[in-house]
Write a protein that binds this ligand. Sequence first.
Ligand code: SAH
Length: 362
Amino acid sequence: MNAFEKEIRAIIEAEGPMPVSRYMALCLSDPRHGYYATRDPLGAAGDFTTAPEISQMFGELIGLWCAEVWRMMGGPARFRLVELGPGRGTLMKDLLRAAKVVPNFLKAAGIHLIETSPVLAGRQKETLASSGAKISWHKNVDTLPEGPLIAVANEFVDALPIDQFVKTKDGWRERRIGIAGGKLAFGLHPVPVPGIDETLPPRLRKAFEDSVLERRDLGPIREIAGRVAKSGGAMLIVDYGHRRTTLAHTLQAVRAHEFADPLELPGEADLTSLVDFEALAAAVKKCGAKTYGPIAQGVFLRRLGIEPRAQRLKQNKDAKTRADIDAALTRLIGEGPRQMGELFKAFAFTHPKLSAPPAFDS
Ligand code: SAH
C-alpha cells in the first residue's frame, strides 16, 4: 500500500465509500499525490504516448485547422487560442510553427493553456520558450478572458472524472469505492438513483442487469461551448472513445505502457475512461453550439492532408528517418487495434453561424 492509499482509506473510513469521480479526481489531480500533479507521464520512458509526441505532423495539421477556422470567422484582429491539457506543450509548439504561414493569425492570437499540473505547466514553458509567443496559464477554464476563441484538446476529455452506475433489479445504483477484504474495492450504493433511464437514448432504457453506465463531468467543455455559442469560434476535441453511448465499464489504469488495476497504487497510474461522444455532443448542443462528427482520427488527418505532408517530410532524408516517418503515419491513421486511426475520433463544435470546419462535412 502506498502513502496515498492510506489517505484515501482514511477519507472512506470517515465519510463512507466514495464516488468513482472523487477517486479519479484525487488519483489524477491531488496536489501532493496526484498522477499528473507529480510527474510528466508522457513518452517512451513514461506511462503512455500521445499523437503529438508520435509526430510533428499531428500538431502542424491542427495548426492549419485552427488558422482556417480563424479565416472562416472573418479573421478577427483578436481572439483566444486555447489548449486544454497541453501535456508537454508539443502540440502547441507544432501548431504555432505551422500557423506562421497564415499572415496575421499569430498576431491576433492570445494564447491560453489550461493545465492543473505544475510539473507539466513547467514542461510547457520550456517547450514553448523559443516560440516567442506570449502565453498565459490557467488552472481551469473559468478564468479565460471573454471573447471569440479557438480551442483544442487532445486526450484531455478521457481524464475528466466519471461516475459509474450499475443496473440492478431495483434500478440504477451508483458504484462506489470502499474497503473490503482489507483492500480498496468497488461496491454498490444501497439506494437506487431515480430518473437515469429517462436521460438515456431510448435504445438503452431497457438495459440488462449488471450493465454499467459511465457519466462524465463535462464542466470544462460546457464552459467552452457556452463561450463559443456566445462570442464565436470553435473547438476541436480528439480522444479515444465510442461514437454512441455504450453500456460498459471502461475505466482503465495504465502504468509503464501496460494496463493495471485502477484500485492498486492510486496516483501512480494514469486513470482514464473512453469518451462517450454521443453524450459529449448532447451536452455541447445544450450550450447552444453546433456539433460536427465524431469522425475517425485517420479520416480527419487524411482529409487535412497528412499523407502529402509525410511525403514532403521524407524528401532528402536518410532511410532510417523515412522509415520513422512512415511508422508514425501508420500509427496515427492506421485502423488496427494498436493504431490510433479508428480508436481515436475527432469531434468539433462551432458557433451556430459558422460553416463546417475543415475535415468535417456539413
Ligand atoms: N494533450 C497532451 C497531454 C494529454 S495527458 C498530449 O496529447 O500529449 C492529459 C493532460 O491533461 C495533462 O496535461 C494533464 O495534466 C491535463 N489535465 C488532466 N485533467 C485536467 C483538468 N481537470 N484540468 C486541466 N488539465 C487537466
